[in-house]
Write a protein that binds this ligand. Sequence first.
Ligand code: ADP
Length: 495
Amino acid sequence: MRFLKSAWNWFGDFLHSIRFRITLWFVFILAIVLTIFSGFIYFNQARDLQGDSVGNIQAKFARLLGYFRSAAWQNSSLGLSDVPDNTPPLQQGDMLALVDANGQIIQSWGVTPSSKLVGDLVSAASGQQGLNVYEQTISATDPNGTAASADYLFIVSPVLRGRMPIGALIIGTPTSLTSELQRLRVSLILGSLFMLLIAFTGGLWLADRAMRPVKTIAHAARNISESDLSRRINLRGRDELAELASTFDNMLSRLQIAFDRQRRFVADASHELRTPLTITNLEINQALARDRSSADYQRALQTIHVENERMTRMVNDLMTLARMDSGQAILQFEKMDLSDAALEAVERLTALAEQQQITLETTELPELIVKGDRQYLIQMISNLIENAIKYSGSGQTVRVETGPGPADRRQFALLRITDTGPGIPPEHLPHLFDRFYRVDQARTQEDDPSAPTGSGLGLSIVAWIVEAHGGKIRVESRVNFGTTFEVTLPLALDN
Ligand code: ADP
């Protein structure tokens, strides 16, 4: 029972399979071709055979007619019964009869036609002009007296003396036309069916071979799980399926990168949150362990406050990034002045710069109309200025400049933030925009409480905003001399 069920399932799958459908189409098209071809052969052959048989009987008839047109016949008073026996050019099975005007057989040679047949032929021919060829299956009795059923071709024609019809001449010759055509029909049909059968099996084999890589792809895809995206199909070849497999492999690579990034993101985020949480916990435990002076409590609360702020900032940054990744961050593009946004960011951060004893200066800020989301662009500029303030020691200068792009990029607006801070060692520059990347992880976090704190998310948010605006960001830095961040954004066209 189970075997039957699985066989039935297999059959159902097979009927729905592409290889079965391809094979069916293949056989269907071949059937049409074979039908057209067989029809062509059949009708050509039928025409040729018919032509041969009719030509043959006409030739015989022409000789007989020669006798009736001869002067000997036309000028004599010979009757139909006087036609000499050796006149007709007959062959085995031929039939020849002279009938009078009443349809009575006067004389016959070879196989004798029945009077009914004669009657039928004469009445069919009466009223028709010239030669008339008929094909008919008849039962005839040959001179040996054996009755046989055979196909005959007949010609019926009036016999004239002068212009007077005095009777009719019927000549019949056996023809194998019908049986030959029947044989041809059977051969063509059987041959075609045989070829279709071969085509079906061959087509199935071919389709099966062609579809095998699909099975490989499906098998590989089934075995690839979310936790193991490193597997690849690796189908060799240059055909369409190899192309599909390589597209699939590329997609897997992208998915793997995305998954890995996501995993790293979550791991990094928890790791980053653990430090302030541990510090907060430690402070609370110490404060609660025994009675403390109010100065101690104040110091503990101060630390908790700082760590709390750090966590809040980090959670905000994480939420911003998550929104950006999931496509929920909707940018509201409008025509706006980039210099205006830069000025707003500078105004917001002037107090912070003063607090850190940093000179925050701007050059002349010309109008640069870009299509952008004002809030996001201000956030981007603020992050860059904030970093410059944060990482440059007191007494340093941070300069904010805007202007048109360089000569080869005139259709871009340029924003440059330069500081005279410590600079960034070149080996860190390629990773600067990676999430959670900080140049000096250890120092900023634990050992040196006076060091600027950060989560390493600010620049990745900056990079995302710049990219979402179709712009580019690059950084140049020299250790001990300072750092320059340069952002180019496409200028809004007039229309
Ligand atoms: P963070 O929140 O730590 O500031 P960012 O992504 O904004 O994270 O910056 C990544 C790292 O790049 C920082 O940890 C810092 O070491 C370095 N950095 C960024 N801007 C500057 C700058 N203007 N001068 C020196 N170092 C910088």
